[in-house]
Design a protein around this ligand. Sequence first.
Ligand code: MG
Length: 254
Amino acid sequence: MIIIKSQHEIDIMRKAGEITAITLEKIREVISPGVTTGDLDRIAEEYIRSRGAIPSFKGYAGMPGAMKFPASICASVNNEVVHGIPGPRRLEEGDIISIDVGVFFNGYHGDAARTYPVGKISEKAEKLIRVTEESFFEGIKHAVEGKRIVDISGAIQRYVEKHGFSVVRDYVGHGIGREMHEAPQVPNYRTRERGPRLQKGITLAVEPMVNEGSYKVKILDNKWTVVTADGSLSAHYENTIVITEGEPKILTIL
Ligand code: MG
């Protein structure tokens, strides 16, 4: 069931979104060769808690048999698609890193992701990051009352594939609110089902995950980290948005 949010709820979600956006900004500022993904996690957790919020991902239950997610952010480097676990890994010049942040504030979640370069990166990696971000904005042109989820999905897929990359099928965007993952699912590729019609007050996390090579992925032995099956690079870009009668409002961009 899709939960339509009231203006009051959207106001709280904007606050959660603002904390999410600032957290990403703080992480972006310190990313450089030599920094560990664990350092980034500490910076994020400290800031989120300083705002009276809670990192949504910490302690999140994964697939059966997996440990609870042990960190406040997901930090996915190079061929890692999503759900990378922060730790002692040191970033190196030329890496790309996707940071996913979830913030729980006053009963509501904000969720956003960015992919950042570490120092100087290849042209191909730069293009992958740019196309992934642009595909989000292509998708949300269709995030308007009266259209359907599939309109968003199709636009993202078309844009990504036009540029020679592929969209991950196994993980999708989602509704968001009191729960981090609510209905409906928001795939980044065209599905046979058209999905529900969009209406004012629906809040969504739209999050293209784009691979340089094949869209196929696999999961590491830690039961969390998703990597590209062919070892190619992957990028991620996500914002929490709210459907209105006109253009969607983006809650996780300052
Ligand atoms: Mg998400």
